[in-house]
Design a protein around this ligand. Structure first.
Ligand SMILES: Nc1ncnc2c1ncn2[C@@H]1O[C@H](COP(=O)(O)OP(=O)(O)OP(=O)(O)O)[C@@H](O)[C@H]1O
Ligand SMILES: [Mg+2]
Length: 388
């Protein structure tokens, strides 16, 4: 109690233009929460702008503005960084849900493909992108899902997990073929959904025996897919890859195909295909980056605080990222550390669950092309169609 009163006196000394009118300090597991009554003319943004100053003045790790009501804001202070050591394990948390890390609020961070189907995972070299992919391999390996790897780093990233992968492409030409297969699978699933008059494969009206296997596609070093080539043949390859990948992103959600796209750069200098793809990848994970531009590409025009937080990630804490998930708010997150050996062991243990690519593609006509009319019918599956 005495400590809280001392803290209260200290908080009062902070100058936010005028001395803040503080409510009761309520202790939380990681620090404290306090409501502040706004002075006439003040807005929550006035507090939003000075959170960094408040954290220094109050000598705490961070202060966040968590909510506001007319005339009041609620601030949450965290005394030390909960991300310094992340000790929770990866958790396979239901179909297509994997707990991959911890948020700086102390809450778990879960990648839930059914809520946010496609993810962009960016960061400088050694920032923790592959570690996050390892988390997903460990979490998805025991689930009834197919994993597909696009490993444009010559196969060094995903080959160790090949036992649990239904398909692995290590060169751009192979990626183009695999993407044509995926578009073929989409066409097939579209026909299935049409037959049953449903908008997506999760609809309860679709008989359980006919429900297709979900497919999670992991792409490492997306820039390699788009790098423009001089030769006509290579240019055609880039354009086929770009078109098919975009189709998969646009339609994947409805037909159980999900993307995790990792890369150091996702700038528009890689071509218009990348910009269109980025717009479809609504889940964002921005690890430490070397330039503001990449952070902007990853976090879009979020609250400028998200960009500041991304620029402040220390190389001493790999695996730390700024994330944007389903509710559109940003958080600092650190992934669970999973070594390549651990992910490889998980892939080997669950190798018997790997669906054969031939079974997934059976009956499909792999033209790699779709009519635009097909697209429109299925791009916006009703959320209420998703079983709870
Ligand atoms: N969450 C984490 N906790 C602790 N260490 C981590 C974490 N994430 C990554 N690391 C360590 O940081 C190093 C780099 O991680 P990682 O290989 O995932 O980076 P990357 O972004 O994929 O790099 P590159 O672009 O070179 O492939 C690894 O040695 C890994 O052990
Ligand atoms: Mg990597």
């Amino acid at each position: 109690m005495v400590m809280l009163m001392k803290q209260r006196r200290k908080l009062r000394r902070v100058d936010v233009e005028r001395a803040p009118r503080l409510g009761v300090i309520r202790p939380t597991s990681l620090g404290f929460r306090i409501t502040v009554r706004l002075h006439d003319g003040q807005t929550p943004e006035d507090y939003g702008r000075v959170l960094d100053k408040l954290s220094h003045a109050w000598k705490v790790h961070s202060v966040r503005l968590v909510s506001w009501k007319p005339g009041k804001v609620t601030l949450v202070a965290t005394l030390t960084d909960p991300l310094e050591s992340v000790t929770i394990p990866v958790l396979s948390d239901g179909l297509l849900r994997v707990r991959v890390g911890l948020l700086d609020t102390g809450d778990p961070f879960t990648v839930d493909f059914r809520t946010v189907p496609h993810w962009l995972n960016v960061g400088a070299t050694q920032s923790g992108k592959s570690n996050l992919a390892n988390d997903l391999v460990v979490g998805l390996a025991p689930q009834p899902v197919a994993l597909v790897g696009f490993d444009l780093k010559g196969g060094v990233e995903f080959t160790p997990y090949e036992a649990r992968m239904s398909a692995l492409a290590t060169e751009r030409a192979e990626c183009a073929d695999l993407l044509a297969d995926l578009v073929g699978i989409i066409k097939d699933r579209m026909a299935l959904c049409r037959r049953h008059r449903v908008k997506n494969i999760w609809h309860p009206r679709l008989p359980e025996v006919e429900r297709p296997t979900p497919i999670v596609v992991l792409v490492d070093e997306v820039a390699e897919l788009f790098l423009m080539a001089d030769k006509k043949k290579e240019q055609d390859e880039v354009s086929a890859v770009a078109t098919r990948l975009l189709r998969v992103a646009q339609l994947g959600r409805a037909f159980g195909i999900y993307l995790v796209v990792c890369g150091q750069r996702v700038g528009s200098d890689l071509g218009p295909g990348v910009t269109a793809l980025r717009a479809q990848l609504t889940g964002r994970i921005c690890h430490m980056v070397n330039d503001e531009e990449t952070a902007k590409m990853a976090l879009g025009d979020m609250d400028p605080g998200a960009l500041v937080a991304a620029r402040k990630i220390s190389p001493a804490m790999p695996g730390t990222a700024v994330v944007i998930g389903s509710e559109g708010r940003w958080h600092r997150m650190r992934s669970v550390h999973v070594t390549e050996e651990q992910a490889e062991a998980a892939a080997a243990t669950h190798a018997h669950l790997t669906p054969a690519w031939a079974d997934l593609t059976a009956g499909t006509t792999t033209t790699g092309d779709l009519d635009l009319g097909d697209l429109e019918e299925f791009t916006a599956p009703d959320l209420e169609d998703l079983p709870v």
